[in-house]
Design a binder for this molecule. Sequence first.
Ligand code: PMP
Length: 426
Amino acid sequence: MADLSALFAEAQNYIPGGVNSPVRAFKGVGGTPVFVDRAEGPYLFGADGRRYIDYVGSWGPMIVGHAHPEVLKAVHGAVDRGLSYGAPTPIETVMAKKLCELVPSMDMVRMVNSGTEATMSAIRLARGYTGRDRIVKFEGCYHGHSDSLLVKAGSGALTLGVPSSPGVPACLAEHTITLPFNDDDAVREAFSRLGGEIACIIVEPVAGNMNCVPPKPGFLETLRAVCDAHGSVLIFDEVMTGFRVALGGAQAHYGIRPDLTTLGKVIGGGMPVGAFGGRRDIMEKLAPLGPVYQAGTLSGNPVAMAAGLKTLELIAVPGFFEHLSEKTRYLVEGLRERASQTGIPLAANSVGGMFGLFFTGEKVVDSFDRVMACDQERFKRFFHAMMDEGVYLAPSAFEAGFVSAAHEFETLDQTLQAAERVFSRL
Ligand code: PMP
């Protein structure tokens, strides 16, 4: 069995911080990250031989569980025919058609390789379409690490305390207007001053990068209304929420139709994939049809398409999301009850298969400020104690958690029993 500290020390010699994405380094909670050997169903197996019930799920994609036999079979079938061609393949059209069917606001879609690429490209397209430079985003929302969007961002940027990164030119960041999430008045006020200059609003319809914060009733409606009134493009960043909170994403769950949607995570089934799509008149501005340039050597990769399509097929079965939501609610309600029995104030949010836990006495956590006011030290202790119990949560108080179809009620009960033991000594 490998020693995790030795693996981490060796990795740090060659990889900045020993990781290829910052939150993996456990900076937010301290300690040594689990180096993973393999994963199956709801479990991660560490290189040290330990097994963990996994609520990270590769940060969202593994909605049918790890190493699902049908997904692996589809991948093997694709691999046997070659890894990449740099020319169109029929499966890309199958994927595009499937996405447009499942997300009715999308008339056309382009595949990319990550969520970052999807949002970066959607912003460029919105700017190209409107001929405007300014964009609106919300504090604590994370849309990947492209320059225009790495301003007051969530996720790792928040965990590491660098929400606006050095290296983002001030002349670019000044075009990004950052407003408080769930604050309708702030949105209306910004648009009444600058509406004619705003290319787009980009929003996580359920914020999942400052823990998990659903939209207040009416918030998404306000975004739709101001965009309509001022000719701005409404972009729902559904990289996390797409095929996670409902089959048609958060837009289906809340009944709001954005102009553009960005996707990632679940649609790749664990392979590196993103996509952006939406209204035909906007998408037709993209090269080669239109003047807005965007491209990708590996975009629409056949192996990634095979993994994603099979995953979409598995989650499209009737009742999938009802069942997933029920299990997620069971988990968070169970955690809340057990915490309150031991006198620990805990609030929880969940939408579909994503959830957030907050160590706070507040009943409702619906804003960035309320998230920031939660007890982060208690979260760190909770996180490590749960790890010791064999439960792997996101290693940051600012990340959402994910339940998969492979998490049976028995697995959830084991998690609740572990939490009960942990709360009693927290
Ligand atoms: N948008 C959202 C809402 C995300 O949650 C993420 C990643 N967690 C991204 C964009 C960026 O995606 P990626 O890490 O694949 O670049």
